[in-house]
Design a protein around this ligand. Structure first.
Ligand SMILES: Cc1cc2nc3c(=O)[nH]c(=O)nc-3n(C[C@H](O)[C@H](O)[C@H](O)COP(=O)(O)O)c2cc1C
Length: 418
């Protein structure tokens, strides 16, 4: 795998040499891209000797190879470790004053960032906001460890152990456990992820409403986004109860899976499985209407050539039901997330419909998903806007369904709090 290891100018830069060692010993090709400040801590010679590759830091070096776009485009994984407060701010702002900034703007692969800094810097509102921005874009930002810092002080901000970063990076890149380094999946993997100890219920896929024993009314939901959400929650350390309707993909490994077909079954499963959970993500595409009558025998063509008329009735609004049950004192999750697939029209935009829906449903967060025109159902990419009931600014995210899922789960973690 082609990895770019970005190193920025913190005291922990020397520990990135150990991380580089773990990567190269597993057989990966690693291009180290230090910032100019990083080179004041650990020199180029160390990075070149350990990676066996030329090391560049400036956008204007080796211009003939178009490094400033090539490295990012070709990377299959980018890890920035350590990431300074300054680097987090630049990345959040989309600045590219050096080669690493250009790599981060051109990379489309998974990106993992391991910040390290003094506690005051880590807890500064500017850094907190920058980290939230990066997470909302699908970048995985590890929480630093708590412990001894550069001086005599201790607190959150310590650079995580290289083994933990490498374990998290492997997981992000879809690599298994690394027998080569002997690094077992330890801390930094789900066990101490941001949702460790939480239970998250995720619904996914479409519903099928039977007309007769062979026919149904359904929708085009593939279940891909819901499965990606469940996987992101699992990766963040949550126990996941997954409720899947009709889907074109497999349910997520590692989740407790319940399969359903109709809206009524989904309703019952949600009320049962969501009890006692911390969060509910309703990503299933639930039918709004179902046939009012079910024909016990297959509906036949009539002799006179006429067509049957199907009368529809409303289905229960499961999302609103969970909010209502919670208000009535039932043990429903404290954070309920709805998904709204919307198409705008002449009367209102997609976001206006989304905002109205959020208010109507009474949930904490609504992920508005524009469908139609090649977006949404069945696609591998998605473009959503997250709206929040507590008045925080909407967050937009576009990318693969896995990236969108990581961003949604990141916001979910923020809503759940520590
Ligand atoms: C001795 C020393 C240690 C530093 N350690 C850190 C650190 O751990 N984290 C951090 O965010 N900044 C640290 N800084 C400040 C950064 O080096 C400075 O903000 C710099 O602009 C970062 O540049 P870069 O992000 O381009 O690498 C340190 C500075 C010095 C002089």
């Amino acid at each position: 795998m082609r990895i770019v290891l970005g190193v920025t100018g913190g005291i922990a830069a020397y520990k990135a040499a150990l991380l580089l060692r773990l990567m190269t010993e597993s057989g990966h090709q690693v291009d180290v891209v230090p910032t100019p400040a990083a080179l004041r801590f650990v020199g180029k010679a160390t990075w070149e000797a350990l990676s066996g590759r030329p090391v560049r830091t400036d956008t204007f070096e080796a211009v003939e190879t178009v490094n400033h776009v090539r490295l990012g485009r070709e990377a299959e994984l980018v890890v920035v470790a350590p990431a300074t407060a300054d680097a987090l701010a630049r990345t959040a702002a989309g600045l590219a004053p050096d080669l690493l900034g250009n790599v981060l703007l051109t990379a489309t692969c998974p990106v993992l960032v391991a910040p390290a800094m003094h506690t005051e810097m880590w807890q500064h509102p500017a850094t907190v906001a920058n980290v939230a921005t990066l997470r909302s874009r699908g970048i995985t930002v590890l929480d630093p460890d708590s412990g001894r810092l550069t001086g005599r002080d201790t607190g959150p901000g310590r650079f995580p152990e290289p083994e933990r970063i490498w374990a998290e990076a492997r997981r992000l890149a879809g690599l298994g456990d690394d027998a080569g380094t002997g690094a077992a999946a330890g801390p930094g993997t789900p066990a101490d992820g941001p949702l460790a100890g939480r239970t998250v219920v995720v619904t996914a896929g479409g519903t099928r409403e039977a007309l007769d024993p062979v026919r149904y009314l359904g929708n085009r939901s593939s279940g891909k986004q819901g499965v990606a959400l469940a996987e992101a929650a699992l990766a963040a350390g949550a126990a996941v109860r997954f409720i899947g309707g009709s889907m074109s993909v497999e349910p997520p490994a590692g989740a407790e899976v319940t399969r359903v077909e109709s809206t009524a079954e989904l309703h019952a499963a949600v009320m049962d499985r969501a009890a006692g959970a911390d969060a509910l993500i309703m990503a299933a595409a639930v039918a709004d209407f179902r046939p009012a009558e079910y024909a016990e025998a297959k509906i036949k063509k009539s002799e006179d050539g006429s067509s049957p008329v199907i009368r529809l009735e409303r289905t229960p609004d499961i999302l609103a039901e969970t909010v209502r049950a919670r208000a009535a004192g039932e043990p429903m999750p404290g954070v309920i997330v709805g998904f709204g697939a919307e198409t705008g029209d002449a009367e209102a935009s997609v976001l206006e419909y989304g905002a109205a829906k959020l208010a109507r449903k009474g949930c904490e967060m609504l992920v508005v998903n524009q469908v139609g025109g090649g977006r949404g159902f069945g696609q591998d990419d998605n473009e959503v806007t997250m709206l929040f009931a507590d008045g925080r600014d909407p967050v937009e995210v576009a990318g693969s369904k896995a990236e969108v899922a990581r961003a949604v789960v990141g916001q979910l973690g923020a809503l759940l709090g520590p």
